[in-house]
Write a protein that binds this ligand. Structure first.
Ligand code: FES
Ligand code: FES
Length: 159
């Protein structure tokens, strides 16, 4: 049996410098959850469909289950834990509560990542329309809440 090849990852995760040796095929999601203990990044489908594993890499949302950890070498990663307790994400959290935009919460971390990117992206025209929010959130699946409350919450936080 051949030994598993390993490589070094140097990245900034939630503002903290990280230097780790990982198997070359370790996914970013497993690296964040199992090596760094950032379990707010959830794993649903593990093949790029549900969006539960969404994180920001250099400010852009990506599927952490579809990237290898080594692909963020030299980059900046923000997970739901690193979105902060003020500004856009705080407004979204409040609005999710007010509009009953979550039940079990499994999808919520990914939705907060995608919605924070949406509201903060100067290239996305504001004010947002319901149609635009639906389109951008179409890559984040929720199996229990239904999307009306989620869309209302994002529109409210962005107003
Ligand atoms: S777990 Fe990554 S997209 Fe579903
Ligand atoms: S709140 Fe349960 S999956 Fe969305």
């Amino acid at each position: 049996m051949t030994a598993e090849r390993r490589t070094v990852v140097r990245a900034t995760v939630n503002g903290r410098a990280v230097h780790a040796e990982v198997p070359v095929r370790r996914t970013l999601a497993d690296f964040l959850r199992d090596d760094l203990g950032l379990t707010g990044t959830h794993l649903g489908c593990e093949h790029g469909v549900c969006g539960a594993c969404s994180v920001l890499v250099d400010g852009r949302s990506v599927r952490a289950c579809l990237l290898f950890a080594v692909q963020v070498d030299g980059h900046e990663v923000t997970t739901v834990e690193g979105l902060g307790d003020h500004g856009t994400t705080a407004r979204l959290r409040d609005a999710f509560g007010r509009h009953h935009a979550l039940q079990c919460g499994f999808c919520t971390a990914g939705l907060l990542v995608t919605a924070t990117e949406m509201l903060d992206d100067p290239d996305i025209p504001k004010p947002l329309t319901g149609e635009a929010v639906r389109e951008i959130l179409s890559g984040n699946l929720c199996r229990c809440t239904g999307y009306q409350g989620i869309v209302r919450a994002v529109l409210d936080a962005g107003s």
